[in-house]
Design a protein around this ligand. Sequence first.
Ligand code: ZN
Length: 361
Amino acid sequence: MKFEAIYHDGTTSSSELVVVTVSEDGSVSFSLSSPDSEGLNTSLLSNITDLSWSELKVQPRIGQTPRWIRLPNNAQLETKENDLVDQIQERFKQGVFDGFLHRTEHSWWMVFCGLLISVLFIWGSVQYGLPAAANLASKAIPADVLNPLGEEVIVWMDDNLFEPSTLSDQRQAEIKNEFEQLFQVQAHYTLLFRASPKIGANALALPNNTIILTDELVNLAENDQQILAVLAHEVGHIVHKHALRRLLQQAGLAAILMTFTGDVSSVSSAVAYLPALLIELGYSRDFEYEADEYALQFMSDQGMDKDHLARALEVLHQHHAGEDEGDESNHSHDDDKPETFDYLSTHPATDVRVEKIRNWQ
Ligand SMILES: [Zn+2]
């Protein structure tokens, strides 16, 4: 499509009659209307290459008055060919949204802001959204799902991590008795004893209100109060549903949605993940602090000395730190990673936890 227009270069008063050609793909080119003409600032005109119609700003039509079309270089075209310009506009005009995108693309600042908002949104979702959703979902999952889940995890752990406890029946009964007397909720918590050369002195809280205590921890503790302090910490993990929340966070939104859509059985198929989460990845620091906080409050209520928990952590820390010297393969010393095992702390966080416990009022 072609139309004649008067070209004003926008900086001088010079103008020239040109033929504007709009090709099929919307690209715009100019040629002199009269080959003899010399008045046009041809250098300005030659600057305009790769121009497309959508880059032009076309003044709205007012009757049959000549219309102005602004070019990106601030030059202007003046034309009386209103009908033809309307046709071209109809064909190549940009939509409102295209126009916005077009402008956005060309503004790195807008792009940067958009990117920043996206990153913040994703970070926010993962940092706060997912844990919050996991927390909510953990409350919605009924016990009859958690019990089989916990039982399957124990079966898996017995096959892979644990050996039967070598503690005497009498010693087991002694600890169990102390635990049950302290918590007075025998029906709610199950205490299991296992030996585990693989994970050493440790205690684990499972989603079905079961706590597993290793022989190694029982033997390492300087007194039974320390064992009870560790158990109080594990009860904290259970009360706050940490294992389940950890699992749900890991399994992600899919598992959470399944929970709310009623397909709860599929959550229990995630049983395969849980041992790995509990053993290899451990809990976040926040969860550890939360469990410590629970233990401290509980011990305070029971008149127990809070130092038993601090001392238990120190003893466990020394135990596992010593182990690490011989075997580096399983344990992470990376400051940003959670503790390798719940109590297997070669992590600086142990110092922080101990300090927090000692300062706790
Ligand atoms: Zn813990």
